[in-house]
Design a protein around this ligand. Sequence first.
Ligand SMILES: [Zn+2]
Length: 422
Amino acid sequence: MADYLLAGGSVLTRDGLVEANVQVGNGTIEAIGADARSGEVIDCAGLIIGPGLVDLHAHLREPGQEWKEDIGSASRAAVAGGFTAILAMPNTAPPTDAGHLARYISDRGTEVGLCEIVPTGCITKSMEGQRLAHLDELSDAGVTVFTDDGASVADAGLLRRAMEYVAERGGLISQHAEDPGLADGGHMHEGTVSSWLGMRALPSEAETTIVARDLALAEMTGCRYHVAHVSAAATVGLIAAAKQNGLPVTAEVAPHHLFFTEEAVRTMNPVYKMYPPLRSEADAEAMRAALESGVIDAVATDHAPHAAHEKDVPFEEAPRGVIGLETAFAAVRTSTRLDPAAIFDRMSVRPARIAGLSRHGRIPATGVAANLAVVDMDEQWTPTKFESKSANSPFAGVRLTGRPKYTFFEGALVWRDQEAGQ
Ligand SMILES: [Zn+2]
């Protein structure tokens, strides 16, 4: 394996940002500082070297929907976005509800070899919300994060049993909080814009009622509980109170909920259709504030590729979801006041801890696995094309600040921004 000398950049260390060279060799950080002196020189002047980003929430579409994305294209999109580990949501076809399906996904990730692909498992069989999935098999296959993402587990008794099992194994339940009755087939946030458009809509309470119920179940079972893609200001209040009461609860927010609001839906462009939907300006401000204060622990992309022929239809008929791996860092940098250390905390350190990934989210130090993102905090750019097979991004054509330049996975240079110097 080649050696690299990351020269002239600032390294995020336990003592903050330090100007120092970084020696990468044999898959690890071999030295930081004066001892670093050999290998291919990567010019990091003006750049920051931090731990590779970790995404708790991505839809890779393999197996079953490879026209939208596959593990190869998703891996390329991930490393282009500075990610070295991503969690694969289990709503594949078939859904990842048994051990051999989880193994297939991690094996495909290893075969591609650009980043770590971490399978998650369904809570219920076929994600139908009726019976528990093969949680024991999934756990034996190494799965620690369980979710029916795309839908809530509506049956509280079933979720309680899943939580009891997962708590015993030290795992995590990640909930897509959306009460199906309150959501009632809504296409956007219920508020002033939906009234103006006369569009069927789902209220914030579709999210908050599920989170309130689940927090009670987390207290009852002692299970670690994670709220996927928080979108409503009221949900933040519930999470803050639960944390204060010592419950093992964590939460993530998607970049689009930091950046956009329901106002974008006035265009009726399906690129602004996702679940949970874009909410009010007050909600978006609450998301930014909660991420900055740490009540929301992590940014997760909810990367959800759809082909152009599927997405370019009337808003009400369009599938839910947008891509996000390649623009997440820039969206966070542009929309929040987080400093570099805090960005790496919310996009790498904390998500790695939540998912229990020991080789990722480690602050650079001698002997640590070389899973690194080298970023430019100040570069201005406009995303136009993507490594992903799909291009359903609300950030396409939007001027952003901050850009991943190089990504190292287990010591190998797996991404170099074409415009980066050399
Ligand atoms: Zn979801």
